[in-house]
Design a protein around this ligand. Structure first.
Ligand SMILES: [Zn+2]
Length: 84
């Protein structure tokens, strides 16, 4: 673990890259969305630039959801299945 850390610190470009990934993961882990259909957590890892009225898909039941509210850490979405 220490060796890996030293190797990373020796290259600032990689450090910056890792920092960005960690920051992104932090933001994503703060945002939570519960599927209104199956009540499972929807994985937002595939949507790094998520904003209001974006379409996401529930990985559990596969339903299409539209983000309706992004205030706070808890996202809200409504079912937006338009029969694609
Ligand atoms: Zn679902």
């Amino acid at each position: 673990m220490c060796y890996v850390l030293c190797a990373l610190l020796s290259c600032k470009k990689i450090v910056y890259y890792v920092y960005c990934i960690l920051l992104l993961n932090l933001i994503l882990s703060l945002m939570k969305l519960t599927c209104p259909e199956c009540k499972n957590d929807v994985s937002l890892a595939a949507y790094p630039d998520l904003k209001q009225e974006d379409i996401v898909e529930c990985g559990t039941c596969g339903i299409t959801l539209m983000i309706t509210n992004m205030t706070g850490e808890e996202l809200q979405a409504e079912i937006a299945d338009e029969g694609k």
